[in-house]
Design a protein. Structure first.
Length: 245
């Protein structure tokens, strides 16, 4: 019994090391899929922008076949995909069976299975220290009967690996010089409303704090972004994709 446990621990460590040391996120998710005998794996980096959600990020890595990806994009499924919509709003992992899809989403899910893809799925939302949101979604193989057992057995591993992949994705984009400073949700919120043309008094009313506090958040955000004025701070936050204009 002890030898079996030792073997399982060794296999787990080897799997983690292989994924962590993969040269690209694309290779890492392929190793992830194969190591856990999944149907497909998708990592999607999105943006949380002062309470406004933008989910059509250009950074997506997936093992889904190119034919399905083309179909997904051509039919505009990104606008109705219930996994993406739920995943970018939730903070805890969830099984796809928990989702109550819209009528349009049901049509997408039927098409998904008709294409030969597995019905089971499990998604892990990720939020990093600067508020960037990502979603790791794992899809079962077609006709997988033991999906619930697989999730129960490996969900802890998957949660850890989700953050490994996120870190790798950020490094893939920025190297060792991740340009995103750590701004608080309030600092991002005040920058967002400034980008919408609101002044201090209007922002104070919108988010329910004093005008003095708004100015304090603005000042600290400007310092963190290393900008000499508020206009520069807003422009830099937009450039870093911390907020949307």
């Amino acid at each position: 019994m002890g030898e079996k446990i030792d073997t399982l621990i060794k296999l787990r460590e080897e799997t983690f090391d292989a994924i962590r040391n993969a040269e690209t996120v694309e290779l890492a998710i392929t190793l992830f899929r194969d190591s856990y005998h999944l149907g497909h794996v998708t990592y999607h980096l999105a943006q949380t922008i002062a309470g406004e959600l933008q989910i059509d990020s250009p950074y997506v890595r997936t093992t889904y076949p190119s034919d399905w990806v083309a179909r997904y994009l051509m039919r505009g499924y990104v606008n109705v995909d219930p996994v993406i919509k739920e995943g970018m709003l939730r903070s805890l992992p969830f099984d796809w069976a928990e989702i109550e899809p819209s009528e349009a989403a049901i049509a997408m899910l039927i098409d998904f299975q008709d294409f030969g893809l597995g019905a089971g799925g499990y998604s892990i939302p990720i939020t990093d220290k600067v508020g960037r949101r990502a979603l790791l979604s794992l899809n079962s193989k077609p006709a997988e009967d033991d999906w619930d057992k697989i999730v129960a057995q490996y969900k802890q591993d998957w949660a850890e690996l989700a953050h490994v992949l996120h870190k790798k994705a950020i490094f893939e984009q920025f190297g060792d010089n991740d340009p995103a400073p750590v701004l608080s949700p309030r600092e991002l919120e005040t920058l967002y409303w400034t980008a919408q043309g609101k002044d201090y008094k209007e922002i104070a009313i919108i988010i329910g704090i004093s005008e003095h506090t708004v100015r304090t958040y603005m000042r600290s955000a400007r310092y963190k972004l290393d900008c000499s004025n508020l206009s520069q701070a807003v422009a830099k936050a937009i450039k870093l994709r911390l907020i949307q204009p």
